[in-house]
Design a protein around this ligand. Structure first.
Ligand SMILES: [Zn+2]
Length: 398
């Protein structure tokens, strides 16, 4: 018998197969399938999983096998009403996955870390004609001025969103090597960046400090992550306000040391009294408004002491007008307010550290992901999101 190297390989394969009882997986390079699956929103409340040929990977491009992607409020709005007029669109911007192929010019991520096949990555914004929008400049401009994968118009590549099994990250996009974070943490990077940004904005007032009394109104994912971010900064005196006891219990897990259910207080004066009691007889030094409710915005001024501060970040989309009394609410109390929306690129890098620190001090951040669905069940996943059941809902690929 003539034993050359190729039948040695064959023999090894056969031995391994007989040991595992299954076929040996093909080498990684050959593992990229000929087609990719993309959940396309083709009409209101209807995703269809479409199959497209795997695109050619250009010299500056990166092909990523998608592992998972969180569902954002923005996805839910687009699913229900198409406010951005994007249909047909490949949604999903809170995604992460593994590099399976890279163009020859790709060497480093946007923070200067080496990138290799097998690394776990997330993308942030895509620079268009203005490469210095937002680049590490905190107050210049947020991501609102750039594009992100998952909110792009469809094109002939189609692999433009993270609700898919493959995505083509094109040259000019920002990408980060986050191989040192687990899948759940990676899925939470994008929403966490929103809070890192909000807290950075809050710090510009000079009022938010480690020993501040802070009230967080609204305990959806955004409010809950807000509490966790404050906690990792060393702020311990946090009161959470919401109307659901279940969410308030979660707020305690994330680091709130007292909670107020607004349903137990009739009228805003009584509610402000409840907040004051929760702080042991003091109003808040600083408040974060994390709901999209105009009434909640109007109420929050009553929770803040004279000379205190407010960060409004709940009105991610237009939720209507809110009424305030300029004399009582802002002028005579000399309240400093900041608005916060999305994030800058710099906040992304800070977010990776936040996730590690949160774990380090024992905050169960990953519990925010309450539901996981496979790609084929994306319509059910979106309906679950619309019903406001659970907190963060994610699509996770096998
Ligand atoms: Zn989002």
């Amino acid at each position: 018998m003539d034993i050359n190297s190729s039948n040695i390989e064959q023999i090894v394969r056969q031995v391994l197969e007989s040991m595992n009882g299954k076929t040996v997986a093909p080498a990684a390079a050959g593992a990229i399938p000929a087609t990719a699956h993309v959940a396309m929103l083709t009409s209101l409340e209807k995703f269809e999983v479409k199959e497209y040929p795997m695109p050619t990977v250009g010299d500056d491009d990166i092909l990523v096998r998608v592992e998972g992607c969180g569902i954002c409020g923005t996805d839910a709005h687009e699913f229900k009403r198409d406010p951005f007029g994007l249909i047909p669109v490949a949604l999903g911007h809170e995604g992460t996955g593994e590099i399976v192929k890279m163009g020859k010019n790709v060497k480093l991520d946007s923070a200067g870390k080496p990138l290799n096949v097998g690394d776990k990555v997330v993308t942030c914004m895509i620079f268009k004609d203005n490469p210095d929008i937002t680049m590490f400049d905190l107050n210049k401009q947020n991501v609102g001025g750039a594009d992100v994968y998952g909110l792009l118009p469809d094109d002939d590549i189609h692999l433009n969103g993270w609700f898919s099994d493959y995505i083509l990250v094109r040259g000019g996009s920002t990408i980060f090597n986050v191989s040192d974070l687990d899948l759940d943490s990676r899925i939470l990077i994008e929403p966490c960046a929103v809070l890192i940004h909000a807290v950075e904005r809050a710090k510009t007032t000079g009022i938010l400090r480690f020993n501040s009394r802070v009230v967080v109104q609204g305990c959806g994912p955004i409010g809950l992550i807000c509490i966790a971010v404050l906690r990792t900064m060393g702020i311990e005196n946090i009161v959470a306000v919401d109307g659901e006891d279940k969410r308030l219990e979660f707020a305690k897990l994330m680091g709130a040391n007292a909670v107020v259910n607004f349903k137990n207080h009739k009228g805003v004066e009584a509610l402000a009294g409840g907040v004051k009691d929760a702080f042991g007889g003091y109003l808040a030094d600083f408040a974060f408004q994390c709901t999209g409710s105009p009434v909640a915005h109007s109420n929050i001024y009553k929770f803040i002491r004279n000379g205190g501060g407010l960060c409004e970040l709940g009105f991610f989309i237009n939720g209507g007008d809110a009424t305030i009394n300029p004399h009582f609410d802002i002028c005579s109390k000399e309240i400093t307010t900041v608005g916060s929306w999305v994030y800058t690129l710099r906040d992304y890098a800070t977010t990776f550290d936040f996730l590690k620190r949160a774990k380090g001090i024992g905050l169960p951040i990953e519990k925010l992901i309450t539901h996981k669905y496979p790609l084929e069940q994306i319509n059910e996943a979106l309906q679950t999101n619309l019903k406001m059941e659970g907190l963060k809902i994610a699509i996770v690929n096998k």
